[in-house]
Design a protein around this ligand. Structure first.
Ligand code: FAD
Ligand code: UDP
Length: 394
């Protein structure tokens, strides 16, 4: 399996597939990609549901969006995109509100018409409880953005279900991902480029990995073959960093999601792709109805497929999805990073699991393109001794 291989990549997600494609295409090197799962695509993997024809996102809904033109141009070599623009809603106390919080949400929630200036003034007044102090955690950040009443309705319960961690322990940047708008613009993302891949996500990976210099082996766990890998073989590892070091510095906090899939005997269960449930009493965080991601397709008129998402802490052996990244986690991660830098192995850590960072797809691709230029090109041109020089993307 290792004969003639120039680089081993652990993980066939966006980070691993992008790196493999670049190294094979641009440098003409032989790449072996392994993944312990039975399929390529990492968490972005999709497949067709036989009963309805809809595309299931097996590990949770994936929506492509970016403002990075290089990433957009790169990915379009492997797929065309539909014109899908994501909108979401939140159900709270038996009402349905538009998300992310925008002027329509504010008017509906407070039961009257607000101009942008009036809404801004009201939220500024509500946010003033923090004084001049910069927000130190998710709760304070949310209150600084939307005030306490909207925070308590739409964020507190949902975040408690999603993270099972006190919002005052969570980093402020989690909530900074959600835009807040003083207009009636209700698109979920602000990005310039958005859409769903016309033939699904898995088809992108099939094209990326189709290069004759890339061999992909599925159902292979890195830790089962590690002992047989020659000492100086360069490795790009996109699995969990704590697992790599056998948890020697402690377990990093990860969150995982259980999705309960169900076929419903109706063509349309909820009229939209994603409905969040803000009430803490509802056990799931949201319901995804997959058909709405592909309105351009001709799908079953009798049935629809939904997924209810339940979030929980990941134990060892679960699929780690989201880094929780509390202050304690950051200290543990720093120690792993030190080990990664000092390690004698010729190993590069990349991707969401390898760098303990919540990366969207475009960020994982962007980070891999950058690592290709700054680590792998110099390495294969003999200007770097190892690929382990840098780990967490700048
Ligand atoms: P992954 O896709 O996780 O790939 C890592 C791969 O490594 C996996 O296939 C794993 O099996 C393999 N692996 C791990 N350990 C080993 C081992 N020991 N041996 C062999 N193989 C191993 N991004 C967006 O842009 N938009 C979205 O809407 C969006 N929604 C998301 C929803 C959910 C529920 C989740 C979990 C993520 C979402 N993302 C979204 C993020 C997106 O999934 C990531 O950006 C992307 O998957 C990162 O790619 P990656 O290659 O770093 O990691
Ligand atoms: N969030 C919330 N209510 C919502 C949607 C999001 O409180 O209806 C919070 C939650 O803490 C979430 C964060 O905002 O983790 C970022 O939202 P996003 O949709 O990016 O969620 P994720 O990618 O974490 O699923």
């Amino acid at each position: 399996m290792l004969n003639g291989v120039d680089l081993i990549i652990v993980g066939a997600g966006f980070y691993g597939a992008t790196l493999a494609e670049r190294v094979a295409t641009k440098l003409g090197r032989r790449v072996l990609v392994i993944d312990r799962r039975a399929h390529i695509g990492g968490n972005a993997y999709t497949e067709t549901d036989a009963a309805t024809g809809v595309e299931i996102h097996r590990y949770g809904p994936h929506l492509f969006h970016t403002s990075n033109k290089d990433v957009w141009d790169y990915l379009r070599a492997f797929t065309r995109f539909t014109s899908y623009r994501h909108r979401a809603f939140s159900s709270y106390r038996d009402q349905v509100y538009s998300l992310p919080i925008n002027l329509a949400t504010i008017c509906q929630f407070f039961g009257r018409r607000f101009s942008p200036d009036q809404a801004r003034a009201m939220i500024a007044e509500q946010a003033s409880e923090l004084g001049d102090r910069p927000p130190a955690n998710l709760e304070e950040k949310a209150i600084s953005l939307i005030g306490r009443p909207l925070y308590e309705a739409f964020i507190r319960g949902y975040t408690a279900k999603q993270w099972q961690t006190d919002p005052r322990e969570l980093p402020p940047q989690i909530i900074a991902r959600l835009p807040v708008r003083y207009t009636f613009e209700d698109g979920y993302f602000n990005d310039r480029f958005q859409g769903q891949p016309l033939e699904g996500y898995t088809a992108i990976f099939e094209k990326m990995l189709a290069h004759p210099l890339i061999e992909t082996r599925l159902g292979v766990d890195f830790f089962d073959i590690k002992g047989s890998i020659p000492k100086n073989m360069p490795i790009a590892y996109t699995g969990a960093i704590d697992r790599y070091f056998d948890y020697a510095e402690g377990d990093l906090g990860w969150r995982t999601i259980d999705i309960e899939f169900e076929h419903m005997n109706t063509p349309d269960h909820q009229g939209t792709a994603i409905m969040n449930y803000a009430d803490e009493a509802v056990p799931y965080t949201r319901i995804v109805e997959f058909r709405h991601f592909n309105p351009e397709r001709d799908l079953s008129r009798e049935k629809t497929l939904i997924g209810r998402e339940f979030s929980r802490f990941a134990r060892r052996g679960d699929e780690p999805y989201y880094p929780i990244d509390t202050r304690a986690d950051q200290k543990i991660y720093d120690r792993y990073q030190t080990r990664a830098r000092q390690g004698a192995d010729n190993t590069h850590f990349g991707g969401r699991l390898g760098t303990y960072r919540y990366l969207d797809m475009h960020q994982a691709i962007g980070a891999a393109l950058k690592a290709f230029e700054t680590v792998f090109v110099p390495y294969f041109e003999g200007r770097l001794d190892t690929v382990s020089a840098r780990s967490r993307p700048a």
